[in-house]
Design a protein around this ligand. Sequence first.
Ligand SMILES: [Zn+2]
Length: 391
Amino acid sequence: MKSLYDDSIAKKFTSDLEYRVYTSRLLGGDSSLVLHGGGNTSVKSIVDGEEILYVKGSGWDLASIEAEGFAPVKLDVLKNMAALSKLSDTDMVAQQKEAMIDKSAPNPSVEAILHAIIPFKYVDHTHSDAVVTISNCENGIEYINEVYPNYLVIPYVMPGFILAQTIYKELENINWDICEGIILHNHGIFTFDDDAKVSYKKMIAGVTQAENFLNEHADLVIEKYIPRVDLNIESLTKLISKEKGYDVFVKINQSPLALHYASSRNIETIAKRGVLTPEHIIRTKRNPMLILDEDIQKSIDLFEEEYLEYYNEFTSNEIMINSTPNWAVVKNYGTVSFGKNEKEASIIEDINNHTMKAILKADMLGGYKSISVSDSFDMEYWELEQAKLKK
Ligand SMILES: [Zn+2]
C-alpha cells in the first residue's frame, strides 16, 4: 500500500486539526481501508488551557471530512469514563455529548473513549480489508500473531463501551516503546503517534504487512465467467418491494468478481458466513438471500424463515428489523442489492464487493470465519441502533 502523504501539501497546515483533517481524508479516500462512514480518527489538542479530544463525529465520512466533522470532547471526562465498571452505550453516548465544548458539533464516534485512552496525539483507525481478511480466517488468531508480532492484539469484542473498557485494562501492562499498533480481531486496526504523518505512515506500513501476507498466501485470481442463467428482475423487484413495504431500488452486479463468486461450486455454504467488519451488518444483515433457481418467492420465504429463527433465538424483546434480505447472491448470475434508493443500493453493493473478495481469499487460507451468529445479533440489534428505530 502506497503512502499518499505529500509534504508539499502538508506544510501549508498550521493547526493540529488541519493535519487531522488532511490525513483522515487520505485514509478515507482508500476504499480498501474504510467504506461509507467506517473507521475513525482523532487528535488531542489544547483549547483554552484544557485538553480536548477532537474525534470523528458520527454521520461524517473520512473521505470528505472537514474540521467541523470532528466532535471536541473533554479528554479527562472520556478517560474517567474508561475506568467505570459499567456503562450502557446509551449512557456513554449521552455523557460524551455532555462533555463536548461545542454543543452544535456532531455526536462523537462510539469509539471516542478508546481514542482518549491511547496516550498519543494522533490516533488512526481503519477497517482495512487486508487486516480483517486475515483475521476472519479459521486460523485468524495464529495468522494475526504471525503478521503482527509487535502489535497489541485484542480478541473480538463488540464496539462501544465494552471494547473501550477491554482495551483500558490491557493498556495497564503495555510497553508503548515497542507497541506498533492495535489489532481488533474481526474488526480493524489502530495506529498512533504524536505526529500525524508518522501515525498515517504506521497505518500504511501495518496494512502493507497484511497485504504482503495475502499476496504470498492468498493471491486470488478472478476468473472469467459468463452468466449462465437469467433472472427475472421485474418479478424480483416486485416481490422484494412487497415484503419491504416500499419500492426498492435494485442494483445488479455482474462484475468479474461478482460472477466469480456467484459461480462458486458450493455457493450455498460460502455465502452464509457473516460480515467482514461488524458495522456492515446494519447495511447488509449477516447474510444475503440465495437464489438458486427460478423460484424467487421460495428463496425469499426461506430467507425470512431463517431470519425469524435467528431473531427468536437471540432476542430479549428488541424491535424486530424487517426480515427481508438487503442483497442476494444469484447462483451463476451475480449479485443484486436492494436499497430505498440508488445510493443505499450502491453502498450495499460496495460493501458486498469488499466482502466477497475477502471471503474468496480467506477460503484460500483455510476458510472464512466471521464473528459468531450471537455476536452478529448483538451488533444488528445494538441498543444504539434500536434507539433509532424507536424514534
Ligand atoms: Zn471500527
